[in-house]
Design a protein around this ligand. Structure first.
Ligand code: EPU
Length: 450
């Protein structure tokens, strides 16, 4: 089994030049199983920095960002074992001897969530040096609120040469009111406060299931956290945390992407191994669009055999409609009768996929933070380019209903957060394959020979 699934470096050893070739027209039929949540696994792995005992995490998705986090933690001095297949998608992280409290520019520029080590490092080691993330494909994404919060907990923050340096002998509990809701900001502060002296109150917190999952792990490690999942979280600092075992929640964005794929292709798809409660806003919106959705404890069945109706949508913090599903919803809106106004409230530049959808025949007009999609338009296969993780997913969805063949370039974006998406899609009837860069023969030959 390990051979079949391999370790991450083998299975994720795809070339950055890989492309997907998708032939549209097939309805998705059958059952697809959802992997663990990338955005819950990343902070959970960072939380291991808070203790010198092993932390065992199960249901870790086999995606590129997890590999980046493994590199990051290893560079800090952690021992990280990461196994897939028979090893049950499990990682064991032991942070006994931390030597280098740093997240380098190389890693932060590949994955912004690397900044999640800031809080744990300053709490455990009294010192952290983290490269400042620059802008990215979906917006500015500063970390000023993480820094302000840590300052409130008594950290001294300085910035130099593109790095932020945070230090504190021991953090002290305080009241922190976030100026705006931030997911990783809430997680960073939550981790930092577990080892602070005294009580911390975090207000205007993110309520995402990933925050709740992190708090559950931290409490298993001996932290005293109450209120995760609400706007106010109370943390009583402790002197030491210990090891724990924890299973990561299912990925609600992967689940949502497959639900939309089922609806869009007029299929009959069961999305298994997910938590339907985390998908409420999406499922309600799909019902408004005329999609039949049925849920039970751990799965969603979507039957998309009727005409789709347009519906306006606004992205919001959880429990509102997630920004991470906006691009996929736009692909669906191109196939709905009537106009859908999509308002993106979380990130200022998250419509890059719209331009590629237009190249496939969609009618989308962007006006500031609003996109007006006029449907239904027939889509035709074209060569398109992915610009970020969720944008790539929307192009795959559009390609599934396009006439002819679509070639999607830069699928390394999708490999960051979707586990073997092409295999999962093929398993339920899609025609999709991955192709590597076509190298000139003289370059390719030695590699084959060796
Ligand atoms: N913001 C600030 N200052 C800060 C932090 C955030 O102004 O210090 C702003 C951001 O610029 C943005 C808004 O606040 O406009 C919300 O950003 P947030 O901090 O909540 O985003 P994040 O924590 O960086 C996480 C997910 C994203 C997801 C967003 C929103 C992880 C690792 N990433 O990012 O996931 O889109 O929350 O839900 O959890 C993805 O998986 O594709 C992805 C981008």
């Amino acid at each position: 089994m390990l051979k079949k699934f391999g370790v991450s470096s083998i299975r994720l050893g795809h070339s950055p030049m890989d492309k997907f070739v998708v032939r549209g027209g097939n309805p998705l039929l059958g059952t697809v199983r959802i992997s663990g949540a990338k955005n819950a696994a990343l902070p959970a792995m960072a939380a291991a920095l808070l203790t010198d005992e092993p932390v065992i995490l199960e249901n870790i998705p086999q995606v590129r960002d997890i590999e980046t986090e493994r590199k990051l933690l290893s560079a800090i001095g952690a021992e990280v074992e990461l196994g897939y297949g028979r090893a049950q998608h499990r990682t064991t992280i032991c942070c006994r001897d931390l030597v280098n409290p740093e997240a380098s520019y190389e890693l932060v520029k590949t994955m912004r969530a690397s900044t999640l080590v800031l809080g744990p490092l300053v709490a455990r080691m009294g010192d952290a040096r983290v490269s400042l993330p620059g802008g990215c494909a979906i917006g500015a994404r500063p970390i000023n609120l993480h820094l302000k919060g840590l300052e409130k907990l008594g950290a001294k923050i300085t910035q130099e040469h593109g790095y932020v340096h945070a230090s504190a002998k021991r953090l002290k509990g305080a009241r922190v009111v976030f100026e705006r809701i931030t997911v990783t900001g809430t997680e960073d502060l939550l981790m930092a406060a577990t080892l602070a002296e005294g009580e911390t109150i975090l207000e205007n917190c993110a309520r995402e299931p990933e925050v709740v999952d992190l708090a559950a792990l931290l409490n298993k490690m001996g932290a005293q956290i109450e209120g995760a999942g609400s706007h106010m979280i109370r943390i009583r600092g402790v002197d030491k945390l210990h090891g724990a075992r924890h299973r990561i929640i299912p990925d609600r964005v992967e689940a949502g992407t497959f639900v939309v794929a089922g609806a869009l292709t007029g299929g009959d798809l069961t999305v298994a191994n997910c938590d339907p409660r985390h998908l409420d806003a999406l499922l309600q919106k799909l019902e408004e669009c005329g999609v039949k959705v049925r849920t039970n404890g751990e799965s969603v069945r979507v039957v998309g055999n009727g005409a789709l109706k347009s519906a306006d949508m606004v992205t919001e913090e959880y429990p509102g409609f997630p920004t991470d599903m906006q691009a996929q919803y736009m692909a669906l809106a191109t196939q709905a009768d009537g106009s859908s106004v999509i308002t993106e409230n979380i990130f200022e530049n998250r419509f890059m996929h719209a331009l590629e959808l237009v190249r496939m025949g969609a009618n989308v007009k962007i006006e500031g933070s609003r996109a007006v999609v006029r449907g239904r338009t027939s889509l035709s296969g074209a060569a398109v380019q992915a610009s970020d993780l969720r944008a790539s997913a929307s192009l795959v969805l559009a390609a599934l209903v396009a006439d002819g063949e679509t070639i999607i370039d830069r699928v390394y974006h999708i490999d960051r957060g979707y586990e073997h998406i092409e295999e999962k899609l093929r398993g339920v009837g899609a025609q999709i394959r991955r192709i590597g860069e076509l190298l000139p023969r003289r370059v390719a030959t030695p590699a084959v020979a060796s």
